[in-house]
Write a protein that binds this ligand. Structure first.
Ligand code: BGC
Length: 764
């Protein structure tokens, strides 16, 4: 019956391609789908079919081409037709999705539809700024909208599930995946996690322009030792509960549909097989009723970690720990049934996992209409629409951080001669960042294209030096030019002639992201040499830094008056940057991660604990205090830092007590001569607690647009939610005592007051 109505719906909404489906549907009548709720469906399913739901394959053949005849692909195809697959990833586009869905719905015994997942991490076809960049906006509405747009494009392309948001807190810029997260702070990270989940999922998962989100990687992946990808993590209870878990909890509270575990082991247990994390905390204490997918092959990798004797043992440990779906390990499909038959796995665990997966399919509305995401007309209308492009540009502008603007180098003045130099000036690929598989190569607006629209300036664009030596690719090592100096002399000669130089340097988009750890945080290749050569002839430089992580900008900070952190801003990169360079947009981004003075400071984060010897001895020659003998402790640009074309001042910090917390007010004034947005940040320090607390913890922020001379009183409320903390076992405490309360425009520039929290006994 359902297929008949699908067919009718298709006549109304589909193009010619789908008429073929309608004819084919007639051949297949009667419909195999008999759906009368998840529980009833579960009762009709065989053990094989339930385990099949727990099995996810990556797209293994072009569904519009011939069907696989031999090898692994043929076996997978057979499994698909036998109802032994619950989900596919990396299949996209309405045509492909529809073809594969049709097999699941029409050729399997029960006709259970598949869910289609994909890494929609920063946009789908229209690429938005990398998540770390978006986080610099501290703008939850904009981030929510960006996620909503990503979901719209993905859903229009046939998908109904993304493996995002990645909410791993990380304090180590060497780790390439910092580009994918929200930075180093759990409070900001939790707000962003919530915005992303709500943006992706909307109010109703069955809306065909929303998709299911996935909080990943549960948990601790961002603490990879040495910043080396996939590496071991050692995480104390304090750090786990206060730093790592809060953004995941925020996802649960926001109604996230799915979770993904991860590749790392934590304190000796791979997180994919970590029962305490998945069964006790997530599915237990947090009462999460969605499903958990493994990371790619991470069930099988437990054997390599030395945690499972063989694949079968890995499967046993994964299911017992709570992993519901096996992404690309092929372990569940091979061993789960035997494990049940041997009595090692209770069938209730299989039922529970299958139920969670089927519930998601139900919520997505796939049982009503398995092809609801497969509308070619919608696909053409939504993807890359004008509204999406404009919103993406807006997000890109908001993501930019003005690190310094000493001589008011920015905005630049018209009628000047400007040489724009650097390997990333004309690059249309690198600004797309790392997770942009569905984005078209070379589809970003380059800085050259963005600036060329402004005819009042006499522009010259020069590469200066090449950054890469070979075509770049998501799965391949990026080859950096270390020897070819062609272009440097020409760039230097031009720099000598012009009034102003803009340099666009940084990392290639494929130098951050998964498996892109670095031991150096400098400009790769010959870029520093180019910068210094140009600087020697014309120090009037505006430096635009494109990178997927905080870089060590110490030399630049010392020598270059204006520095802009431009991350990888996606499709609209060049347009957004041009608007800032020309002063049409006043930047307001603030850093979500500390920028180091040296890679040797890693891990570096503002919310650190105090040592017993945090400050220098009176006699500066005495060494016995917590420091490096060759570098300062502080960040070069701290968390929360970011300037504007205007200036802001803070006055009149006031703190008053409530029954169990504080009300904090401060006056913010725009003291410059341009309208601008300021992100005001509230930090606390619990001065003495039963578990030591960080020297500063973000507990509130507000973004305000102020006209010149305009003032505003900003009010924050601190309650038990902000003032408490978790102990090593995960119990929450709120303790009376003295608190430092700090408010300002960065984690370092704050006004401070001290106040005492005294709980007022309200019992009569
Ligand atoms: C990554 C995940 C991603 C998955 C599927 C893995 O390598 O760690 O974040 O979602 O691949 O592409």
């Amino acid at each position: 019956m359902i297929l008949v109505s699908v067919a009718i719906a298709c006549i109304v909404s589909c193009g010619t391609a789908n008429k073929i489906d309608i004819i084919e549907n007639k051949v297949l009548v009667p419909s195999p789908i008999k759906y009368d709720g998840v529980e009833s469906l579960l009762k009709r399913m065989t053990l094989d079919e339930k385990i099949g739901q727990m099995n996810q394959y990556s797209g293994f053949w072009n569904a519009t081409g011939p069907t696989p005849k031999d090898g692994d692909a043929a076996q997978k195809y057979k499994n698909l037709k036998s109802g032994l697959v619950g989900s596919m990833l990396n299949v996209r586009g309405v045509e492909q999705v529809r073809k594969i869905q049709k097999i699941a719905v029409e050729e399997t015994r029960l006709g259970i539809p598949l869910i289609f997942g994909f890494d929609v991490i920063h946009g789908y076809s229209t690429i938005s700024p990398i998540p770390l960049a978006e986080s610099a906006s501290w703008d939850m509405d904009a981030i929510k909208l960006s996620s909503k747009i990503a979901a719209m494009e993905a859903a229009a392309s046939g998908l109904n599930w993304t493996f995002a948001p990645m909410v791993d807190i990380s304090r180590d810029a060497r780790w390439g995946r910092v580009m994918e997260g929200a930075g180093e702070d759990p409070y900001l990270g939790s707000k962003i996690a919530e915005a992303r989940v709500k943006g992706l999922q909307g109010d109703n998962l069955s809306d065909p322009l929303t998709i299911a989100a996935c909080a990943k990687h549960f948990a601790g992946y961002g603490f990879a030792e040495g910043g080396r990808e996939y590496n071991t993590t050692v995480i104390s209870g304090d750090i786990l509960h206060n730093i790592v878990l809060p953004p995941f909890k925020a996802c649960v509270d926001a109604g996230v549909a799915t979770f993904m575990n991860g590749f790392n082991q934590m304190n000796g247990i791979p997180v994919t097989g970590h029962a305490k994390l998945q069964r006790k905390i997530l599915k237990g204490h947090w009462e999460y009723d969605g499903m958990i997918v493994s990371d790619w092959g991470s069930i099988g990798e437990m054997k390599v970690h030395g945690y499972a004797a063989n694949e079968k043992d890995a499967g046993l440990k994964a299911i017992l720990a709570g992993s519901d779906m096996d992404m690309e390990s092929y372990v569940y499909e091979k061993y789960l049934k035997t494990l049940v038959e041997e009595g090692k796995v209770d069938v209730e665990l299989i039922d529970d996992a299958a139920r969670r997966i089927l519930n998601l399919k139900h919520e997505l509305g796939l049982f009503e209409d398995p092809y609801k995401y497969c509308d070619v007309e919608r696909e053409a209308r939504v993807i890359g629409s004008n509204e999406i492009i404009l919103a993406t540009r807006n997000m890109a502008r908001k993501s930019v951080v003005l690190l310094k603007n000493k001589n008011r180098g920015l905005p630049i003045k018209a009628n000047k001669s400007v040489a724009v130099i650097g390997p990333l000036v004309s690059d249309k690929n690198s600004p797309l960042g790392s997770w942009r598989i569905a984005g078209k190569d070379n589809s970003a607006i380059s800085v050259e294209e963005g600036l060329s629209k402004y005819k009042a300036v006499d522009w010259t664009f020069l590469q200066g030096v090449q950054l890469t030596t070979e075509p770049t690719h998501f799965v391949l090592e990026t080859k950096i030019n270390e020897n070819n100096r062609t272009g440097i002399l020409e760039a230097v000669a031009k720099a000598k002639e012009v009034d102003q130089v803009i340099m666009v340097l940084g990392e290639h988009g494929y130098q951050s992201g998964e498996a892109r750890s670095r031991t150096k945080l400098n400009f790769p290749g010959l870029q520093q040499e180019l910068l210094e050569a140009v600087h020697a002839v014309n120090p009037n430089i505006i430096l635009i830094v494109m990178s997927g992580r905080p870089l060590d900008l110490s030399w630049a900070d010392e020598h270059i008056p204006t520095i802009v952190q431009a991350w990888q801003l996606g499709t609209e990169s060049g347009n957004a940057l041009a608007e800032i360079i020309m002063g049409e947009y006043n930047p307001s981004g603030k850093l979500p991660m500390s920028f180091p003075r040296s890679v040797g400071q890693m891990p570096l984060y503002y919310n650190c604990k105090s040592t017993g010897r945090p400050t220098q001895e009176e006699n500066p020659d005495v060494v016995f205090w917590s420091h490096y003998i060759d570098e300062e402790n502080s960040a070069l640009y701290p968390f929360g830092h970011g300037e504007s074309f205007t200036t802001f001042t803070y006055n009149d910090l006031k703190v008053s007590n409530t029954s169990s917390g504080f009300i904090v007010t401060i006056q913010l004034t725009n003291t410059g001569n341009m309208a601008g947005e300021e992100i005001t940040q509230l930090y606390i320090r619990d001065i003495s607690a039963s578990i030591t607390r960080p020297i500063k913890e973000l507990k509130g922020f507000e973004k305000n647009m102020l006209q010149p001379d305009e003032s505003k009183i900003i009010t924050f409320t601190l309650t038990d939610k902000e003032l408490g903390f978790y102990d090593n076992e995960g119990n929450y405490h709120v303790e009376d005592g003295m608190f430092d309360i700090m408010v300002g425009g960065s984690s370092e520039k704050v006004l401070k007051a001290t106040a005492e929290r005294i709980t007022v006994d309200m019992t009569p």
